[in-house]
Write a protein that binds this ligand. Structure first.
Ligand code: NAI
Length: 308
């Protein structure tokens, strides 16, 4: 299994590192536009192989896409990240041009590739890849829900004063501070609804902190986060590489599911060797349905700024 990661910056390098450490791929190719950067990151990571005990071969290239030929999966992290105070939506102009060009290069060299989109605003960038790549829709997956759900579980465990492995929860809808929908009604602690343990103030705290999870880190770090985003991507790549048929919330092109069409939004899906094996329909409360529709409307407006 060969995986390409475009963008050898914070998220791309972290994702390559987690993939290599789990040792389920034969090769990871890092691509960046900055001269020598991907080669340097690849060499540095390869020098951890004997220390960390993996055999995955990591190589880097400055924009030579022939080196990515035959990739099964490609991850697009190229683009600019948020600075403190910025919304993900403000990145659209620059990142759309980058994502479109990168997609063309990837598909030209690996016509069978499955693409995972990370660059922000992610739901809109995923939509752009659908509209420009010519790939079937099961091969285009946006990464947002996996990360946001991990942040939700972190906040749930904190509020419950419980180990993270005891809690379960999922975030769907948009990957944005306002459009994210943490499904508190379905979150559990060892199978028991968390609403039985958390009072209203704590429930509100968990939801609000989850929604601004990315912004909180951007404020602390001066740029957006990389460890959890990289780990989230690696889980998705592993689900494909190992045909795990794992349920992961991802941004997918909807065709009537959850009442929406011609839009990419976060929904639970089974991820396996074909990419998206199926979309899972979970029942939402009336309030959750309304919030999902509201998030869709906001993403549609951002999509309107795209020029193909
Ligand atoms: P970064 O600035 O550390 O890395 C981006 C890399 O992309 C840079 O090394 C840059 O040289 C490279 N690049 C730019 N144009 C390129 C091109 N045309 N071809 C190849 N490489 C190119 O940024 P970071 O922190 O890694 O974030 C990357 C993107 O991922 C941002 O848009 C950020 O907002 C997004 N992000 C998305 C998350 C999600 O949950 N979907 C989570 C975290 C970040």
């Amino acid at each position: 299994m060969k995986v390409t990661v475009v963008g050898a910056g914070a998220v791309g390098a972290s994702c390559a590192e987690y993939i290599a450490m789990k040792d389920f791929c034969s090769e990871v190719v890092l691509v960046d536009i900055k001269e020598g950067f991907a080669e340097g990151k690849a060499m540095d990571l390869m020098q951890t192989a004997s220390l960390n005990g993996f055999d995955t071969k990591i190589t880097g290239t400055t924009g030579d896409y022939s080196k990515t030929a035959g990739s099964h999966v490609a991850v697009i992290t190229s683009g600019i990240p948020r600075k403190p105070g910025m919304t993900r939506e403000e990145l659209i102009g620059i990142n759309a041009g980058i994502v479109k060009e990168v997609t063309e290069n990837l598909v030209k060299n690996s016509p069978e590739v499955i693409i995972i989109v990370v660059s922000n605003p992610m739901d809109t960038m995923t939509y752009l890849v659908h509209k420009t790549s010519g790939l079937p829709k099961h091969k285009i997956i946006g990464m947002g829900g996996a990360l946001d759900s991990a942040r939700f579980k972190y906040r749930l465990a904190e509020a419950l004063e419980a180990p993270i492995s005891d809690v379960d929860g999922m975030v769907i809808a948009a990957h944005s501070d306002t459009g994210m929908l943490p499904l508190l009604s379905k979150a559990t602690r060892n199978g028991v609804p968390v609403t039985e343990f958390l009072d209203e103030a704590k429930q509100k705290y968990v939801i609000e902190e989850t929604k601004v999870g990315g912004a909180t880190l951007t404020k602390l770090l001066g740029t957006s986060a990389w460890y959890a985003p990289g780990a989230a991507v690696s889980v998705m790549v592993q689900a494909i590489a190992c045909d795990q048929k794992k349920m992961i919330p991802c941004s997918l092109m909807l065709d009537g599911e959850y009442g929406e069409s011609d839009i990419c939004l976060g929904v639970p899906a089974i991820i396996g060797k074909n990419g998206v094996e199926s979309i899972v329909n979970i029942s939402l409360t009336e309030e959750e349905k309304a919030k999902f529709a509201e998030a869709a409307q906001a993403v549609r407006e951002v999509n309107g700024d795209l020029k193909f």
